[in-house]
Design a protein around this ligand. Sequence first.
Ligand code: ZN
Length: 327
Amino acid sequence: MRKRFPSLFDPKYRIVFLLSLMVLVIVVGTVCLFILQQVEHPSKRMKYPTLDDKNISFVDSNKTIEKVQQLQKRAVEIVKKEKEIPIIQEMRKLEEKPIVPLAYEEQNAPKESNKLPRLVIIIDDVSYDYDVAAIQSVGLPLVMSFLPPIKRHPESALLAQGVSGHMVHLPLEAMGSNGEEDETLKVGDSVEKIAQTIQKIKKLYPSVRYINNHTGSKFTSDKASMERLLEVLESEGIIFVDSRTIGSTKAPEILLKQGKRYLHRDVFLDHHDGIANIKAQISKAVNTAKRNGTAVAIGHPRQDTIAALKQSRELLKQVQLVGIDKI
Ligand SMILES: [Zn+2]
């Protein structure tokens, strides 16, 4: 007799068949739910940005977080190392302040002084140790401009070595030649002669970046002479600050034509002696700085000028006194 396969219609196997079907549905349903859980919503599937995530599966979030933490640690180490790079250390020395993010600087900078107009006060004709002492006694950041050494004041280059941000006061020919400094550059001097003088100054004052003219009404009015001087100064990396000893100076014409900046004196503080006169000129310089944002004033190491500056400390709080390189 042929053996019969169990039939659905066979009441003997019906219950077994239905039970098997239920188990199958439960197993398939569980598998589907598991797969759906793994896939989830697309936004949850985004990978963390990593440099090397070859071994990371996006479903293994613990491993991903661990990797991100490692990368963060590495980034901190890189930043630490960069701070030690010599060039950054050099920059730090130059800036005389620690390297910090810009946002930090903006937050912590003394806001009031940042907004203040900037005024440069240059004290010309500095030649002797008592000049330096008198200027330093004012207790303000004044810029000293030293005359190149000659027999009458042989130590003026040596004195400058102890003064930061100093300038050199270059003697140029005046209309009347009374009491002229030795080695004054004259109208008609050749490029070679001018270059020799400037190179000598660079040797005597190795850190000099700015010079201004002592006298020079004749020289600065002569276009060809000024063209030669400005050409030499540029090739030697020195910037000319025009003392404007005469209105007909050719420096602005030459420099502006070449698209270069023209730095010049705005106010003479002590053209006339007398403390009251000089204080009025200091006030004029402050107002010029307020009006234009920056200004350059020139004075001399004379008794009245030193006294007037000392008496103007309160007034000068309305501006930020800076070096010539800061305007
Ligand atoms: Zn001078």
